[in-house]
Design a protein around this ligand. Structure first.
Ligand code: ZN
Length: 144
């Protein structure tokens, strides 16, 4: 059994839900691997502490009060949480419009660059690497 397998199975091992052969492999590994043994001991301490706390029991009217507050919308809403909430609502609604606008702007810019900038650089005999690549791409087909 590898260290990664041991780490994945430690909680199952703790609950005594491993098969007897897996338990044997786990214990063989823990006997020889100091790091996994250390992790196992730390986890067991944490689990024991959590078990010692016992279950958390909400007050009998917790559910009623919770839904009452939810309906009133009185979960400590400050001015900035309502601003953030409003912005999120707006951003979700505006997302398709923003995406479409971005596609249009990029298309227009791309067309402008292709129509205006590249022919001018061709005419001037620009020797920049990008211009030379563009010229060769136009003449001899695209080679990337
Ligand atoms: Zn190990």
């Amino acid at each position: 059994m590898k260290c990664s397998d041991v780490k994945k199975l430690l909680s199952v091992y703790h609950d005594n839900r491993l098969s007897s052969s897996q338990t044997q492999k786990m214990e063989n590994h823990l006997a020889v691997c100091r790091l996994c043994r250390q992790e196992e001991r730390t986890l067991f301490k944490i689990w024991n502490m959590l078990e010692a706390l016992g279950p958390i029991r909400p007050s009998p009217d917790f559910k009623t009060r919770f839904w009452q507050k939810a309906q009133e919308g009185s979960f400590s809403q400050t001015w900035w949480t309502s601003v953030v909430y409003s912005w999120n609502q707006f951003a979700v609604g505006a997302r398709p419009v923003f995406a479409l606008t971005s596609v249009l702007v990029i298309s227009i810019l791309g067309t402008l660059i292709a129509l205006k900038v590249l022919p001018e650089t061709f005419a001037r005999g620009d020797k920049s690497p990008i211009s030379q690549w563009a010229q060769s791409a136009v003449k001899g087909g695209l080679k990337l």
